[in-house]
Design a protein. Structure first.
Length: 275
């Protein structure tokens, strides 16, 4: 009697968790289409902030050019400075680039969007019915099935959160692009611009890797063997794919690129995350 009571409670909780996850996952498929317009529509303040940063970037670029020119006038007293001709040419070049900062950012974004469209994300997220897969296990097989399902759901939720976090990082780098272009007017600040370019390119590349790993995960969920002997290796495979996808930023950093490191652990457990 007690076993049947616990079974009913756990199955109700498991069905509620599966329904909630399926609803959230289906909603996130629209974000996986990778479109910065979604961020701009959801955050109306992004447009005014970009215009404000554009004005600040012009002040930094022109002020830096004037400052470097003043330094070149004082080279006779031992102050090191850039060549004034080079400073003028760099300021002129980056003032032209600053005018089209958003259009320049749209070029790699559209390339990534086309690649994501070619990957052809599925319309529905496949979910494994662990209850039918483990129905042959005697005694508390239903409890093992529920635990397996909750573990997979928890890993996929953490993966989706990190994909969303990387999406926000790329959107913020796009909004902050005027400040990056304003740093290229002199040799003293060109490293800041070069660092932004490396990080922006790395985040675009990591976005493609995110979509590839998510599609691999969906493919594994759709074809996982549903029998008592092979369900456990399949679950380990799914968890391994999720953990690898969450650490893709560290993997890219190892090969020499410069992505933003995201995905801090949820300290305090599930209770703290829910609160």
């Amino acid at each position: 009697m007690i076993e049947w009571l616990f079974m009913g409670v756990f199955e109700w909780f498991y069905a509620m968790a599966m329904g909630f996850f399926e609803y959230c996952a289906q909603s996130l498929l629209s974000v996986f289409s990778f479109n910065i317009t979604y961020f701009e529509q959801s955050v109306p303040a992004a447009g005014p902030i970009y215009n404000l940063l554009l004005a600040v970037a012009w002040a930094i670029l022109l002020g830096n050019g004037v400052f470097q020119s003043l330094r070149s006038m004082m080279t006779g007293i031992g102050i090191e400075a850039d060549d004034p001709k080079e400073t003028f040419l760099r300021t002129f070049l980056f003032s032209f680039l600053l005018l089209f900062a958003r259009q320049i950012c749209n070029i790699p974004l559209r390339m990534v969007e086309q690649i994501v469209n070619l990957l052809n994300m599925p319309d529905n997220i496949p979910l494994v019915n662990f209850e039918s897969a483990l129905s042959g296990i005697p005694n508390f097989g239903w409890l093992f099935a529920i635990i397996c399902g909750l573990v997979v759901i928890f890993q996929m939720i953490k993966l989706f959160i990190e994909v969303g976090e990387r999406y926000v990082v790329l959107a913020m780098l796009t909004i902050l692009s005027p400040l990056a272009f304003s740093m290229g007017g002199s040799k003293a600040t060109k490293d800041n611009f070069s660092g932004w370019v490396r990080m922006y390119a790395s985040m675009c590349l990591m976005t493609i890797f995110n979509i590839i790993t998510v599609k691999i995960l969906f493919s594994a969920l759709a074809t996982i063997p549903l029998n008592d002997a092979t369900i456990l290796p399949g679950i380990i495979l799914i968890i391994g794919i999720c953990r690898m996808a969450r650490r893709i930023d560290s993997i890219i950093a190892r090969i020499g690129l410069n992505p933003a490191i995201t995905g801090e652990p949820l300290r305090g457990g599930i209770g703290t995350a829910v609160m």
